[in-house]
Design a protein around this ligand. Structure first.
Ligand code: DC
Length: 218
C-alpha cells in the first residue's frame, strides 16, 4: 500500500497548490480537507443556519451529499460550489464551523475513510496531529502572513475572485488566531512533522524539497 502524505499549515501557505503539483508528480490523489469545512459552512449558510449551530449543522452533514473530485471541484447535493466556497465569508465560516466538535468528528471520519487505501496527499490543519497520525511523511508548511496574503491576492486575481490585499491580510491574521486557539484539534505542528518556511521559496523549490523528503522516507 502506498503511504499517505500529511500537509498542514496556516491559511494560504500554499498547501493546496503544492499538494496539486505533488499529486501530479508522484501519481497520488490530493484531498483538500479545507474544502470540506468550506462546503459545510456553505451548506449551513444556504440553510440559514448560524455557524455555531452545532446540532443542526451535524444533522445537516448526515444528510448532505458532498463530493470532492481529485481535480479540486466540490459538489454539494449535486451543485458545483467550487467557486462559492472560496469567498472571504466562507473562509471565515469554515473556520467557525471547524471549531464544532461534532463537525470535526464527522469530517475526520470521512477523511480517514477516503485515505484508507493510501496514496493520498491530504492537506489541512490537523492531518498530522489527528486525522493521519501514522502518516509516514508529515509536512508543516508556513510563510509570513504578508507573503501569504500577497500570494492569495495573485491567486484570486487569476481566478477572478475579490482580491483586496488589506481584507485578505486581515482575514488571514484572524483565521490564524482562530485556528490556533480553538479547543478541539487546534492547528499545530505534529512533533514528527518537518517544518518548511516557504516565505522565500518558489513553489518548485517547496515541491522539490518535499519530494526529497518523500524519497528519503520510502
Ligand atoms: O485550508 P482552508 O483555508 O481552505 O480551510 C478553511 C478553514 O477550515 C480553516 O480556517 C480551518 C478549517 N480547517 C480545519 O479546521 N481543519 C482542516 N483539516 C482543514 C481546514
Amino acid at each position: 500500500m502506498r503511504p499517505n502524505i500529511a500537509i498542514d499549515g496556516p491559511s494560504a501557505a500554499g498547501k493546496s497548490t503544492i499538494s496539486d503539483i505533488l499529486a501530479l508528480r508522484l501519481g497520488y490523489t490530493h484531498l483538500d480537507t479545507g474544502a470540506m469545512y468550506r462546503a459545510v459552512a456553505y451548506g449551513a449558510f444556504k440553510s440559514g443556519l448560524p455557524f455555531d449551530a452545532e446540532e443542526a449543522i451535524a444533522k445537516m452533514i448526515e444528510n448532505m451529499k458532498l463530493v470532492i473530485h481529485p481535480d479540486g471541484k466540490v459538489f454539494l447535493d449535486g451543485e458545483d460550489i467550487s467557486n462559492e466556497i472560496r469567498t472571504n465569508e466562507m473562509s471565515m465560516g469554515a473556520s467557525d464551523v471547524s471549531k464544532l466538535g461534532k463537525v470535526r468528528e464527522a469530517l475526520v471520519e470521512m477523511q480517514r475513510r477516503i485515505a484508507a487505501d493510501g496514496g493520498y496527499i491530504v492537506d489541512g490543519r490537523d492531518i498530522g496531529t489527528v486525522v493521519l497520525k501514522d502518516a509516514k511523511v508529515k509536512i508543516f508548511l508556513t510563510a509570513s502572513a504578508e507573503d501569504r496574503a500577497k500570494r492569495r491576492v495573485k491567486q484570486n486575481l487569476e481566478k477572478g475572485l475579490p482580491a483586496d490585499y488589506d481584507a485578505i491580510l486581515e482575514d488571514i491574521i484572524k483565521r490564524d488566531y482562530q485556528d490556533t486557539h480553538r479547543t478541539i484539534s487546534p492547528l499545530k505542528k505534529a512533533d514528527d512533522a518537518i517544518e518548511i518556511d516557504s516565505s522565500k521559496m518558489s513553489i518548485e523549490e517547496v515541491v522539490d524539497t518535499i519530494i526529497e523528503i518523500v524519497k528519503k522516507n520510502s
